[in-house]
Design a protein around this ligand. Structure first.
Ligand code: ZN
Length: 347
């Protein structure tokens, strides 16, 4: 949990889930967290085969966005689902939502179905559209749902003003950014790792929203979901050089962190060859704050600071709750961050 210079402080998970649940109940909507009974009601056919998946699906939501009835959104966690490959010791299944090499496709499809149903609270869930993500600044306007299982488009951002399409960004440490236009009723989702952030995926994406939908920055609300924090995101010096060539505020994004491993401090010679060249283990390591970098892009795009929600969880600090590429040395699943427009039936 980190706070930012604009005074926004992310709620803790417990607080947040509590608020989300309480609000949803108060507003007469279904609770944001589905327990197994709820899931079985929604998917009666899966009652038998779902014996392994006894953990609850938890969805992280933006509290202020619960007041927008037309908006569907959520960030997944790893709890719930049928995946067992990443935590074999754990009896309950996990919610891997990306087609990884180690998780069977049918498991991921089942997980996606359960997640989309839970997020939308709709058994006839809208079509989920994902991308083959390539750390670019390439974005797509989605007007018709890609109904295939696999991502056919290569890129890192999507936007739409059409209802019943769910835009999904997959991450396992990278930063998911969701944006909604409250006036024009348009939504967008972006995948921002360091390369995409450097290429200004979010700034470019908002520029395209203005072009495609006539979005005005003052009508936009944005959410930065769980991702790797500055606490854990050690990068090479070349990354700092690249950022310094692109952003005037780059110095504020990097910090030098000293290794606190007492064995390393006492016997530094033992670790001389432990890292690749360029990653000295004697000096401080360089950490990048990708969340702040993307918050800056949102601000530079004209979005008001009070309309930017920073969830604040570090995925690498919390591999119990999120899939983390760093914390799990590359062998992990994928979270899904989704946003879409709900068709509202006129009374
Ligand atoms: Zn961390």
């Amino acid at each position: 949990m980190r706070s930012h210079s604009n005074g926004l402080t992310a709620n803790s998970n417990e607080e947040f889930d509590g608020i989300g649940l309480a609000r949803a109940k108060r507003d007469g909507a279904n609770p944001v967290v589905l327990n197994d009974d709820d899931q079985r009601k929604l998917n009666p056919n899966r009652q038998r085969q779902n014996l392994k998946a006894q953990s609850r699906i938890e969805i992280v939501r933006v509290p202020a966005w619960l007041d927008l009835p037309w908006l569907v959104h959520g960030f997944s966690t790893r709890t719930g689902g049928e995946t067992t490959v990443y935590s074999p010791a754990q009896r309950a299944g996990e919610l891997n939502l990306g087609f990884t090499a180690s998780d069977p496709k049918k498991t991921v499809l089942a997980n996606r179905k359960v997640f989309v149903t839970a997020v939308t609270q709709n058994a006839e869930a809208p079509s989920l559209v994902t991308l083959k993500q390539i750390h670019s600044s390439v974005t797509y306007v989605i007007s018709k749902a890609d109904t295939g299982d696999e991502a056919k488009r290569k890129g890192d951002g999507m936007m739409t003003c059409k209802a019943d399409i769910l835009l999904g960004i997959q991450t396992a440490d990278c930063i998911p950014v969701l944006i909604a236009d409250r006036k024009k009723r348009a939504v967008a989702a972006f995948h921002a790792g360091w390369r995409g952030t450097l290429k200004r995926i979010v700034e470019n994406g908002i520029g395209r929203m203005r072009l495609e939908f006539g979005s005005r920055p003052e009508d936009l609300v944005a959410a930065i979901g769980p991702g790797i924090g500055a606490c854990c995101y050690a990068v090479g010096e070349e990354v700092r050089m690249e950022f310094e060539s692109q952003f005037r505020y780059a110095p504020k994004l990097f910090s030098e962190v000293y290794d606190t491993n007492p064995v390393k401090e006492k016997y530094p010679m033992l670790f001389l060859t432990a890292r690749a060249p360029g990653h000295s283990n004697l000096g401080p390591s360089l950490h990048l704050d990708l969340v702040e970098a993307n918050r800056r892009q949102l601000l530079d795009s004209g979005i008001n600071a009070e309309n930017i929600y920073v969830q604040g969880d570090c995925t690498s600090c919390r591999p119990d709750r999120y899939f983390s590429h760093r914390a799990e040395h590359g062998f992990t699943g994928r979270s899904l961050s989704v946003i879409g427009i709900r068709k509202i039936k006129k009374a």
